[in-house]
Design a protein around this ligand. Structure first.
Ligand code: E4P
Length: 226
């Protein structure tokens, strides 16, 4: 499993990149708003992220028609070679993805919740599909169960001929709320988990690690004083 950071915060991205396990970044309009992002600075901000991260950086189109999404997508893709255009899973989004993929522009289809949506995204040529876990849980449904269905269904077929440059479509477990979400997504074979920085920090931590470290430090003090 690869890890993407689900944030537009440059400090978080720099810190996570220094840990050596950061394979990419996903942003969305809400995450950009959260860091006080301005429309006029959006492309520059995405460029700054692309300069930090050695991997795909998803930048979302907020357009609603296929022509506008395609126009947005071309502009976003021109920012840096590692930009992936994020497109919502809807009819206009599928049509735009089909066009962008034919032009060799990688697309991450977002706001994907069901197996039929995921299959349509893959058929349209999406390079990445992002099934949301936490938002299902938020409405008292089984987000992990839905993700498992998407992973199983996508792995039943070979979508390679549809995707950009003949690369295999990859599933990004998105809307991740906990380290356990990551564990379960890895066990079911999701290719990538995109996680908020808070979850990434929780993934490193364990009380037994802390307890063990504490004991080692105390015993080492004894050695020094012996
Ligand atoms: C995915 O790419 C989205 O940016 C993200 O995972 C949404 O997560 P949320 O439900 O926590 O907003």
């Amino acid at each position: 499993m690869k890890f993407f950071l689900d944030t537009a915060d440059l400090n978080e991205i720099e810190e996570a990149a220094s840990w050596g396990a950061l394979a990419g970044v996903t942003t969305n309009p809400s995450l950009y708003a959260r860091v006080g992002g301005k429309l006029s600075d959006f492309h520059n901000h995405i460029k700054r992220i692309c300069d930090i991260v050695d991997g795909p950086v998803s930048a979302e189109s907020v357009a609603m028609s296929r022509d506008e999404i395609v126009r947005d997508g071309r502009e976003l893709a021109a920012i840096a070679p590692n930009v992936v255009v994020k497109v919502p899973t809807m009819v206009e989004g599928l049509a735009a993805t089909h066009t962008l993929a034919a032009e060799g522009i990688p697309v991450n289809m977002t706001l994907c919740f069901t197996v039929p949506q995921a299959i349509l995204a893959a058929r349209a040529g999406a390079r990445y599909i992002s099934p949301f876990v936490g938002r299902f849980d938020d409405i008292s449904e089984d987000g992990l169960g839905q993700l498992e269905n998407v992973v199983a269904a996508i792995n039943n077929y070979d979508f390679t001929p549809n995707t950009v440059n003949g690369e295999q479509v990859e599933i990004i477990a998105a809307s991740i709320r906990s380290a356990n979400h990551v564990t379960q997504a890895a066990l079911m074979g999701a290719d990538i988990a995109t996680v908020p920085f808070g979850v990434l920090k929780k993934m490193v931590a364990h009380p037994l690690t802390d307890r063990g470290l504490d004991a080692f430090m105390k015993d080492w003090e004894k050695v020094q004083n012996a």
